[in-house]
Ligand binder design. Structure first.
Ligand code: NAI
Length: 331
């Protein structure tokens, strides 16, 4: 029996969480879930969107599965996601991005791993209003955070038989901040027998759209990592299928790349694949590889049998898609 935390999120969060828990349970993995809530409704009830109880639960259980939480745009509380990653020092955001079967995409054989620094950059939340017409955000980059994420990227590349790492910056313009990130990657690369390639983020986006197969592991500071992850999600069928994990030295939180999708929330339209793929990585992480593989096979078979949610051009609801995966678990 595993003790794990589930952060249920809002928007489509509850629907996809329910789907994923049902699939994991049907695969026979015994998990004692500590179900935690966070976000706007929680802020109204408890005064803060990310209460200490959520942090404590992840600290106790070490591993969490999380669905998205809405962040008010241009006002209101700071992102629960950013806070959680900072509080738990989940410094590495890992987003493997590869084609799934029978999902029509522009390119075949996409296989990119995005490694995004998760704790600083413009996400440090250092902003100030100078006057009514002027605001500033500080882009904070440190050598220690840059070196540890570069080390993470190289270690990941080595363990997973990847061929090279590409560091992505805008060091021609942000000479000090991105320059430091780039310099840290160069220093770390000296300790590894793998090549480090360098590219500017604007060119990287163009190259990704024109020829994604040229990339392997991408190493990026926080903001570029966020944007490029969504671009990569678009290459493999969209946000509905893009998995992710936030990893630190002590804790790990697995969550899809996508947000709370308020435009389709509560309509049983959400694709649970991104959250399920994240959960499969979580199962691997806690030593339940067999169950993870069985679920992946059932998911892939479901897609191959052309059962798909609307975002992938199908007409299955979230519930129907989930039930079809469960049916194929025991084939
Ligand atoms: P979003 O990722 O929620 O949605 C973008 C588009 O993709 C929408 O059209 C949505 O319907 C679609 N989509 C996303 N996930 C889907 C799924 N599983 N199945 C089918 N379609 C899906 O991005 P958006 O609209 O920019 O952000 C909404 C909220 O989510 C914001 O408050 C944002 O801050 C928050 N957010 C939270 C994240 C997290 O909790 N880790 C990550 C990204 C955004």
């Amino acid at each position: 029996m595993h003790n794990l935390t589930l952060i249920k999120g809002d928007g489509i969060g509850p629907e996809i969480s329910e789907a994923v828990l049902k699939i994991i349970e049907s695969a026979g993995v015994e998990i004692n879930w500590d179900i935690q809530t966070a976000g706007a409704e929680v802020a109204e009830l408890e005064g803060v969107p990310l209460p200490q109880r959520v942090i404590n639960s992840v600290k106790k259980n070490k591993v969490a599965l999380k669905s998205p939480v809405t962040t008010p745009i241009g006002k209101g509380f700071r992102s629960v996601n950013v806070q959680l990653r900072k509080e738990l020092d989940l410094y590495a955001n890992l987003r493997p991005c590869y084609n799934l079967p029978n999902i029509k995409t522009r390119y075949d054989n996409v296989d990119i791993v995005v490694v995004r620094e998760n704790t600083e950059d413009l996400y440090a939340g250092i902003e100030r209003q100078i006057d009514n017409d002027t605001a500033e955000s500080i882009k904070r980059i440190t050598r220690s955070a840059s070196e540890r994420i570069a080390k993470f990227a190289f270690e990941y590349a080595l363990k997973n038989n990847r061929k090279f790492v590409t560091v992505v910056t805008k060091a021609n313009i942000c000479k000090l901040s991105d320059g430091l990130f780039l310099d840290s990657a160069r220093e770390v690369a000296k300790n590894y027998d793998l090549p480090l390639k360098e590219i500017l983020v604007d060119n990287c986006c163009m190259q990704l759209v024109q020829n994604p197969n040229q990339f392997d592991v991408l190493l990026l500071p926080n903001l570029y990592g966020d944007i490029v992850s969504d671009l990569c999600a678009g290459l493999i069928g969209g946000l509905g299928v893009a998995q992710g994990a936030n990893i630190g030295n002590d804790y790990a939180v697995f969550e899809p790349v996508h947000g709370s999708a308020p435009d389709i929330a509560g309509q049983n339209k959400a694709n649970p694949t991104a959250m399920l793929m994240s959960a499969i990585e979580m199962l691997n992480y806690i030593g339940e590889e067999n169950a993870g593989n069985r679920i992946k096979q059932a998911l892939f078979q479901t897609l191959c049998d052309n059962v798909k949610t609307a975002d992938l051009g199908g007409n299955a609801t979230c519930t129907e898609f989930t039930d079809e995966i469960i049916k194929r678990l025991n084939y």
